[in-house]
Design a binder for this molecule. Structure first.
Ligand SMILES: Cc1cc2nc3c(=O)[nH]c(=O)nc-3n(C[C@H](O)[C@H](O)[C@H](O)COP(=O)(O)OP(=O)(O)OC[C@H]3O[C@@H](n4cnc5c(N)ncnc54)[C@H](O)[C@@H]3O)c2cc1C
Length: 398
């Protein structure tokens, strides 16, 4: 019913083939204007998020679990294969459409949003960019329709210093053997497909880092622990162990020793997604609180949202959200145009996470006691906002 499969024919898969192109004759349009395809994405995801996800948000947060039916429906909606070409069963849409979807989901639930974000901007992109023809043929149809993916870089000893990773790979007769541990891995309870970074030549330092595809069923793979968290509780975050996991030769992703380049490139792109998650979150928190103060809560004989002291804060917050959205969409458009977007992506994530923190905190205050209790969503948006300054490069590091 909400599916945007009907608009696939007009979709343009720009980002997976993005190279610098001549854009000098393009007529500039406002950064946050959507194309027809992006508008359809926004409308479809907004309806889906409100009708299907919203009724489950509070329960999923309390249970610290993603409802399996939500995951199923994300696949049904085409939201897990946004940029995967149609020939592999994906939606064949552009990068900005993915950003629109991630933002709209976060407006209702940042946990669902990060599942879609990691799966699309990190996992699918890695396979599309560097997967062999055989890997693409084997995995892309599954990633588009049924199999959740995880991106495994961080470790107990390496977070910000990501390339100090200690997970090792050795070459064997039939492929590679991976041993080590990964930490804080998003989607890992639901995932069956893991992109794992391991060092195949530690004597070469970071130039030995290589990317591999690990299937959940492989011997020696174990989910060691599921973390309990401050926010985005429905999103799974786990410690993974790799005890001499044997991966076949064909599960090498890209070239030996190029893993560090892939990780940097993916995280640069991924930061635009986290920026979108944070602007969606800020907008969701703002709307939730404004609805209450403008419609429900009266004090001193009038709606509390009518006090000018409140209106200054509400207006200032909306200005900040709009500025953050401009940074996010500018970064996305520059990436699609084949421009250098690295600094833009970092600015977008940095500022959007700051705005999400500020606005969601104020939104709790605007709702008074009702903002603080776990009945509504105000306190959840506030808790969820903290992660924006931490993952995919902390605010200090990126
Ligand atoms: C919920 C969640 C989901 C995650 N999902 C994934 C995932 O799917 N895949 C994955 O690979 N990883 C994931 N991560 C890991 C995440 O990317 C790391 O937590 C992050 O990169 C920070 O690393 P760290 O936690 O080791 O912090 P540290 O690197 O220990 O940093 C601690 C503090 O020191 C500061 N700091 C460190 N070095 C410097 C420096 N040189 N200059 C200034 N300040 C510095 C940092 O900014 C930070 O404030 C996830 C983490 C969380 C919490």
């Amino acid at each position: 019913m909400y599916s945007f499969v009907c608009i696939l024919n007009s979709a343009r898969p720009l980002s997976t083939t993005a190279t610098r192109r001549d854009i000098s004759d393009l007529v500039p349009t406002p950064i946050t204007h959507y194309s027809e395809v992006e508008t359809a994405m926004q409308e479809a995801v907004q309806k889906f998020a409100n009708d299907v996800i919203l009724p489950k948000v509070r329960d999923m947060d309390e249970a610290e679990t993603m409802d399996p039916s939500v995951v199923e429906q994300l696949f049904e909606q085409g939201l897990m294969g946004i940029e995967i070409p149609e020939e592999y069963g994906g939606a064949g849409m552009n990068f900005t459409s993915a950003i629109v979807g991630i933002e709209e989901l976060a407006r209702v639930d940042p946990s669902v949003s990060v599942m879609v974000d990691v799966h699309n901007t990190l996992v699918n992109t890695a396979v599309l960019k560097w997967g062999s023809a055989a890997l693409k043929k084997k995995y892309l149809p599954k990633l588009a329709t049924s199999t959740v993916g995880s991106f495994c870089l961080s470790e107990p000893v390496s977070g910000s210093d990501a390339f100090a990773l200690a997970t090792k790979a050795v070459e064997t007769e039939h492929g590679y053997k991976i041993s080590g541990s990964k930490m804080w891995i998003t989607n890992s309870m639901e995932a069956e497909f893991f992109i794992v970074f391991a060092n195949l030549a530690p004597e070469k330092g970071y130039r030995g880092i290589t990317a591999f595809v690990v299937d959940k069923g492989m011997k020696g793979f174990e989910i060691a622990k599921k973390e309990k968290k401050l926010g985005i509780k429905a999103s799974s975050t786990c410690v993974l162990n790799f005890d001499d996991v044997e991966v076949p030769k064909e599960n090498l992703l890209g070239e030996v020793g190029h893993g560090y380049k892939y990780a940097i490139a993916l995280l640069n792109e991924g930061r635009i997604g986290i920026g979108a998650q944070m602007t969606g979150l800020a907008l969701g928190a703002w709307e939730n609180a404004v609805r209450y103060v403008w419609n429900d809560r009266k004090q001193f004989g009038q709606l509390v949202g009518e006090f000018q002291g409140m209106q200054h804060q509400i207006a200032q917050s909306y200005v900040e959200i709009s500025a953050a959205r401009a940074l996010v969409y500018n970064a996305a458009r520059k990436k699609e145009a084949g421009e250098d977007f690295v600094r833009d992506a970092a600015m977008a994530k940095l500022y959007a996470s700051q705005v999400a923190g500020r606005v969601s905190s104020l939104a709790v205050e605007w709702m008074g006691g009702m903002g603080f209790v776990r009945e509504g969503l105000a306190e959840k948006f506030f808790r969820d906002s903290k992660i924006g300054a931490i993952y995919e490069g902390t605010s200090n590091i990126q």
